[in-house]
Design a protein around this ligand. Sequence first.
Ligand SMILES: *Cc1c(COP(=O)(O)O)cnc(C)c1O
Length: 213
Amino acid sequence: MISNTYFQKLKAQLPPGVNLLAVSKGHTVQSIRALAIEGQNAFGESRLQEALIKIIDLKDIQEIKWHFIGRIQSNKVRAIVKEFDFIHSVDSFKIAKRISRIAGEENKIPSIMIQVKFRPDENKTGFLENQLLDEWANLISLPNIKIVGLMTISPIDLALDDRRLLFTQCRTLANNLGLKDCSMGMSGDWKEAVVAGSTWVRIGSALFGSKKK
Ligand SMILES: *Cc1c(COP(=O)(O)O)cnc(C)c1O
């Protein structure tokens, strides 16, 4: 088997405490399997139907932990709670409450990250910083979920220097809320995110190639 040289290089460059989430949306079960054999355990998917097929296919690799990183529709919450260990994209109190209730019914305690929008971006959902502060007491009182961090995505047109500022804002807010994790940084900006204090970089195209969408 040919090893994934980008994976090996990336692993060597990530400081201790920074986890790699391999974002496998749009990529095949075979490519996930190949990366799992090289030692990668955390995989991120953003479309539920596509993910469920892969999860079933890869049940034999017990080390794999699945992370949901896509927009969460209310009617998909049960399947997400059942199949995913981490949910990075909790973007409203309503969804958090639903995850909490269903997690109770399913005997699960998913680890959750709250998606925050630090810049106007019509393509993205997420809490505004003030909204999150307003809802915080309600969020942390929800049972059966473990809020471990914040997640953010940079607007696509933001320069790298500005992304570093945005990521620093996310880190600062997480620290103020007593949260360990920041899920931030993708193929094009993970270095800036790591400098700012990311603990989960979400990398897709740089690892798997950018062929499919
Ligand atoms: C697709 C996706 C990624 C990975 O993006 P790349 O630029 O391919 O590394 C990370 N985070 C989210 C939420 C995504 O949807």
